[in-house]
Design a protein around this ligand. Structure first.
Ligand code: ATP
Length: 568
C-alpha cells in the first residue's frame, strides 16, 4: 500500500538539516514537511524567506526614517515642550488635559480615578474624600468618586487658541534614568514656542488656583518599581486650618509663626550666606500625644502658603537611602514635618552600648525596628538638599530620648513644649466647638431682610418699575420706607440681644465645663473626642462631663490593675 507521507529514510528528497524547509521550520513550530508536498515547498520557501526579510527590513527602515523625519521636522519646523512624569508639572498637565474637550471625545482613552486621587497614598486620604460628606459610608463615597479620562498613549491633535497642537503621550519611556517613565510632548508648527508656554502657564495656574486657601499635603509613596527610591505623593489639599483653632499660648504661637516668616523673608537667605551660616531652620515640637503638634505645623504651613511634606520615621520600610532620596526631591520652599523622631534606633544609636541596652530593655514594648539611622537623619538635615528655605519641624512625644546631636542649635533652633489641657485650653476647645452653635440666628443680622417690596432698591438704580419712578415725596411711600427701616432696626436689635444671651450662656457653660474637667489630665485630642460625642449639644456636653471623667478614670484603674497583675 502506498503511504501518503513515507518515512524520512524512504525518500531522498526530504529536507536535510540545511535545506530551506528546515530553516523555515526553525521559525514556525510546525512540522511543515508532514503537511505540504516537498517539491512545492522547496520552491516556495526561498520566496517566503525573501518576503519575510524584505518586510522586516521595510518595517525597520520605516520606523527609522519616520523617527528621523519627525526629529528633523521638530528640529527645524516645529516647537515642542516635553514633560516627564517625575516632574511636578506632569500632574498639572494631566489634570489640564483631562478637562479639555478633546479628552472627552477621544475613543481610546485611559480611565482613572479623578486625577488628584491617583496620587493619594490610600483611598482614605484621597482629596475627593475631603469634598464629600464625611458621614457617607465608604462604598458610597467610592461610588461617587469621579472618574477622569485622558487620551491613551499615542498621537492626538487638538485646537488651542485657533492653532493645531499635537500631543504625543509616550508610556514606559526608557530615558537616561534607571526606570521607565511617561512623557508628554506638546508640539506646534513654527519656531515660536510662545503658545506652548501659554498652555503650560494656563495648566499650572488652573491647577494651583484649586489649591488657593488650602494646605497641600504630601506623603511618601512606596517605590512603584522594584528597587526604585520612594517618592512624594500628593495626598490631599485640605482647607487651611486657621491658627486660632490651635489651642496654645498665644505668645508661643506668634513666636513660632513669626520666626518662620522672618526666615522666609527674601533678604534672610542673603543675610545667612554673608555670615557663612547654613540657611536652614529647624523646630522641635514636643509633648504628649494629641496635644496639637501636627495641628500647629499644618496651620503654620497653611498660613504661610507652603506645601507640607509629612514623613514618619517610625516607618519600617524607610531606609537611609530612601530618606535621602525623599529629601532630594523636596521643593525649595516647603515645610517638612518629621514625626516620631524618638524612634529607638534614631534616638539611641549614639548612646553608649550598655545604656542603649538598658533603655531597650525598658522599652521592648514600644521598640520599632526602623532602618533609618541617626547618621542618616543628620546627613539629610545637614546635606545639600536641606538648604533653600525649607522649614524642618520635628515632633516627638519623648524629647528626653533624643540624641543631643539631633537637637543641637543649628539643627533645632526653637523648641515648643505642648502640654495636656489646662483650664485655658479646655475652655478654648469648648468655645471652638460651640461658638457657632445656633449660627442661623447670627446670620440673620449680617444678611439684610429680603427686599420683597422692591422699596429698598437704591434710587439711582435704573428701573422701569412704577414704584421706582414714583416721586420720593409720595407720603405713602415715605411711610412704607420708614416702616421697613424700623422693622430692620428691630430685627437687628433682636438678633443682637439674642447673640448677647447666647454668648452669656456659652460663657456660663464654658466656666462649668472647665471646672468639671480636671486640669492637665487629658490631652486636647481626648477632650475634642468627648465634645464630638455631643456635637450640637453644649448643655449635654457639660451635663455628662463629670460622668465621662469618672468612667475614664475607672477604665484607667482597671487597666493599671491588669498591668499590675500581669507583672506579678
Ligand atoms: N492644642 C490643640 N488645639 C486644638 N486642637 C487640638 C490640639 N491638640 C490636639 N488637637 C486635636 O486633636 C487631634 C490630634 O492632634 P495632633 O495630631 O495635632 O496631635 P499631636 O500632638 O501631633 O499628636 P501625636 O503626638 O500623636 O502625633 C486633632 O484633631 C486636633 O484638632
Amino acid at each position: 500500500m502506498e503511504t501518503l507521507f513515507p518515512p524520512a529514510t524512504a525518500n531522498s528528497s526530504l529536507p536535510t538539516q540545511s535545506s530551506p524547509l528546515s530553516i523555515l521550520e526553525a521559525f514556525i513550530p510546525i512540522h511543515l514537511s508532514s503537511l505540504i508536498s516537498h517539491s512545492a515547498l522547496d520552491n516556495a520557501v526561498p520566496h517566503i524567506l525573501t518576503f519575510l526579510f524584505i518586510s522586516t527590513a521595510a518595517a525597520t527602515g520605516w520606523t527609522y526614517w519616520y523617527d528621523q523625519f519627525t526629529r528633523l521636522l521638530r528640529l527645524f519646523f516645529m516647537s515642542t515642550a516635553e514633560i516627564h512624569s517625575r516632574d511636578e508639572l506632569y500632574e498639572q498637565m494631566m489634570a489640564w488635559i483631562a478637562e479639555q474637550e478633546f479628552s472627552t471625545r477621544t475613543r481610546y482613552f485611559v480611565a482613572t480615578m479623578a486625577f488628584r486621587s491617583l496620587f493619594a497614598e490610600s483611598v482614605g486620604e484621597s482629596e475627593e474624600e475631603e469634598t464629600q460628606e464625611p458621614d457617607a459610608p465608604y462604598w458610597e463615597r467610592n461610588r461617587r468618586a469621579p472618574l477622569q479620562f485622558t487620551p491613551a498613549p499615542g498621537l492626538h491633535f487638538f485646537k488651542y487658541k485657533g492653532k493645531t497642537v499635537t500631543l504625543e503621550r509616550i508610556a514606559n519611556h526608557w530615558g537616561r534614568g534607571w526606570f521607565p517613565q511617561e512623557i508628554l510632548k506638546f508640539s506646534i508648527m513654527g519656531r515660536e514656542p510662545q503658545l506652548l508656554k501659554e498652555i503650560l502657564k494656563e495648566a499650572r495656574e488652573k491647577y494651583l488656583m484649586k489649591d488657593k486657601s488650602k494646605t497641600v499635603v504630601h506623603r511618601p509613596k512606596g517605590p512603584t518599581e522594584v528597587g526604585s527610591p520612594p517618592t512624594w505623593a500628593r495626598c490631599l489639599a485640605r482647607p487651611s486650618r486657621p491658627l486660632s483653632t490651635v489651642v496654645l499660648e498665644q505668645k508661643q504661637k506668634e513666636m513660632f509663626v513669626d520666626d518662620i516668616k522672618d526666615y522666609l523673608e527674601p533678604d534672610t537667605q542673603k543675610w545667612y550666606s554673608e555670615r557663612g551660616i547654613p540657611y536652614r531652620r529647624g523646630y522641635l515640637l514636643h509633648g504628649p500625644p494629641g496635644t496639637g503638634k501636627s495641628s500647629l505645623s499644618f496651620a503654620a504651613a497653611g498660613l504661610l502658603g507652603l506645601k507640607i511634606y509629612v514623613l514618619s520615621l517610625a516607618s519600617k520600610t524607610l531606609s537611609d537611602s530612601g530618606l535621602a532620596s525623599l529629601f532630594d526631591a523636596l521643593p525649595p520652599r516647603c515645610v517638612v514635618l518629621l514625626e516620631d523622631i524618638d524612634t529607638i534606633n534614631i534616638a539611641q544609636s549614639r548612646k553608649p552600648v550598655d545604656a542603649t541596652a538598658e533603655t531597650a530593655k525598658k522599652d521592648t514594648s514600644t521598640e520599632v525596628d526602623t532602618r533609618v539611622s541617626l547618621s542618616g537623619l543628620l546627613n539629610v538635615i545637614d546635606g545639600v538638599a536641606s538648604s533653600e528655605g525649607r522649614v524642618l519641624i520635628l515632633t516627638t512625644n519623648h524629647p528626653e530620648k533624643l540624641d543631643a546631636a539631633l537637637i543641637r542649635p543649628g539643627r533645632v533652633d526653637m523648641k515648643i513644649e505642648f502640654k495636656l489641657a489646662g483650664e485655658e485650653a479646655i475652655a478654648g476647645l469648648f468655645v471652638r466647638m460651640y461658638k457657632d452653635y445656633n449660627y442661623s440666628t447670627a446670620q440673620a443680622e449680617e444678611e439684610p431682610p429680603t427686599d420683597t417690596s422692591g422699596l429698598l432698591t437704591p434710587p439711582c438704580t435704573p428701573t422701569t418699575s412704577a414704584r421706582a419712578t414714583t416721586s420720593p415725596t409720595d407720603p405713602a411711600l415715605i411711610a412704607e420706607r420708614e416702616l421697613i427701616r424700623q422693622r430692620r432696626r428691630n430685627e437687628a436689635k433682636r438678633v443682637a440681644e439674642e447673640r448677647a444671651v447666647k454668648e452669656k450662656r456659652l460663657l456660663e457653660l464654658v466656666a462649668k465645663f472647665a471646672q468639671t474637667m480636671p486640669q492637665e489630665v487629658f490631652s486636647p485630642a481626648e477632650i475634642q473626642g468627648y465634645l464630638l460625642q455631643h456635637k450640637n449639644q453644649p448643655e449635654r456636653a457639660v451635663e455628662c462631663a463629670e460622668k465621662w471623667v469618672i468612667s475614664f478614670r475607672l477604665a484607667l484603674c482597671v487597666l493599671y490593675f491588669f498591668i499590675f497583675f500581669f507583672y506579678l
